[in-house]
Design a protein around this ligand. Structure first.
Ligand code: ZN
Ligand code: ZN
Length: 409
């Protein structure tokens, strides 16, 4: 048995006026996904718990069967892992944004006008001249668009507060120790010094000079958040004897998946943004099923469009996913299951993750066929899967693959 797990990031949504009171999934023309729903089992899933919005990181952990209360180390370590940084024991990793701040250190735009990956990569490159601060080794790596990863190594603590205030038009928050340990105090001091040096380097960078001339926001500050050390996660192969891999564009998802022991299979043209090469990703995922039992395919665009409060773009992105799936759908054998769901709802009204459940669809060998014939948040509620928690999903899939152990005699 082989399983393809397609995770459409932020796929759930709320009704929009511009879509005549429908959600993007309801409004989109997605005949292929609807056909899978018609011939499969459907339901709703609370990625963590009803009404509790999750981040992509906690959502993924939960859906992969790892209780975030037990295993979540903060966003930084997963992001670092996904960016290809090998974390050593004791390393503290942060997720960072390149951002625009004014002279009073007020955050004007925490994504620096959604700066391009090319410009952001060059700006981050210029920061690499800072290799250490007061004996603490500094590793920095750009990932996608305004995002990068910072790792502090040598006698540091993850008990340090977020610098990113998580919204615009407020003061940036200088790092503070969260406990009274010497390491936490030292880490916040080192981080403060580092950020001030970064600020000086970024202000002078020709890219920012040019951006100012063009009336664009300069990316003149780095905003770290989500400090954490990597936890030990029991692997999927130790839990289920599964040979698994991930196909994803963005760093975080490769990170979460490799933390649970999945291999990373690269798809050419996978960017983790709206302009990703969907055909390439889906083709790569099906190709990889020849050598793996379980492929986790992550597709980001729907979430990005919803964060931009753009339900129309979200719907048309979902239509592109549908077309690319139809074009490249090549089950490796008859004994094949596909599961399609999301990691959370992202409201294109508020631009934020919300706690509404997401549709879950399972199609293929041995799957009960229910009476639902469309893939969306409302029709799914009538399906045979009912309403499940994210933590249950892997067990349900592994059961269909006949890989779960009997409980009792
Ligand atoms: Zn997400
Ligand atoms: Zn999101």
């Amino acid at each position: 048995m082989k399983t393809l797990f397609i995770l459409l990031d932020g796929v759930g949504d709320r009704p929009s006026q511009i879509l005549n009171g429908l959600t993007p999934l309801q409004a989109a023309r997605i005949p292929f996904l609807n056909a899978l729903a018609r011939d499969g089992s459907n339901g709703l899933m609370d990625p963590f718990s009803p009404g509790i919005p999750v981040g992509s990181d906690t959502g993924h952990l939960s859906i992969l069967g790892y209780d975030p209360y037990k295993y979540y180390p903060g966003r930084g370590p997963f992001e670092a892992l996904g960016a290809g940084i090998k974390l050593k024991p004791g390393d503290v990793a942060f997720r960072c944004n390149l951002a625009t701040v004014n002279d009073e250190n007020r955050v004007v735009d925490r994504r620096a006008g959604r700066i391009s990956s090319e410009e952001a990569a060059e700006l981050v490159e210029s920061l690499l001249e800072v290799k250490e601060v007061d004996g603490v080794e500094i590793l920095l790596k750009h990932t996608v668009e305004h995002r990068c990863v910072l790792v502090l190594r040598n006698g540091v603590s993850d008990k340090v507060s977020d610098v990113d205030p998580h919204k615009d038009d407020v003061d940036l928050l200088w790092p503070r120790p969260i406990d009274s340990s010497r390491e936490a105090v030292r880490t916040s001091e080192v981080l403060t010094k580092l950020l001030k040096r970064y600020r000086m380097i970024l202000e002078k960078n020709p890219i920012n000079v040019r951006r100012r001339e063009k009336g664009l926001q300069p990316a003149n500050m780095l905003l770290p958040r989500g400090a954490g050390k990597m936890p030990e996660l029991p692997s999927l192969s130790s839990r289920y004897g599964l040979k698994s891999a991930v196909v994803a564009g963005a760093a975080l998802y490769k990170g979460v998946c490799s933390a649970v022991g999945m291999d990373v299979v690269e798809a050419p043209g996978a960017t983790g943004t709206l302009n990703t090469d969907l055909n390439s990703k889906i083709k790569t995922a099906f190709g990889a099923l020849k050598s793996y039992d379980f492929i986790f395919l992550h597709i980001k665009g729907a979430d990005t469009a919803a964060h931009d409060k753009d339900p129309l773009t979200k719907a048309s992105f979902l239509e592109r996913v549908d077309a690319a799936l139809k074009k490249n759908f090549e089950p490796p054998s008859d004994e094949f299951i596909v599961c399609i769901t999301g990691d959370h709802t992202t409201s294109s009204l508020t631009g934020e993750h919300r706690g509404d459940p997401v549709p879950v669809l399972i199609w293929g060998h041995g799957v009960r066929v229910d009476s639902v014939n469309r893939f969306n948040e409302v029709d799914a509620a009538r399906g045979a899967i009912g309403r499940i928690r994210g933590l249950d999903l892997m067990n349900i899939l592994m059961d269909l693959m006949n890989r779960t152990e009997k409980f009792g005699e």
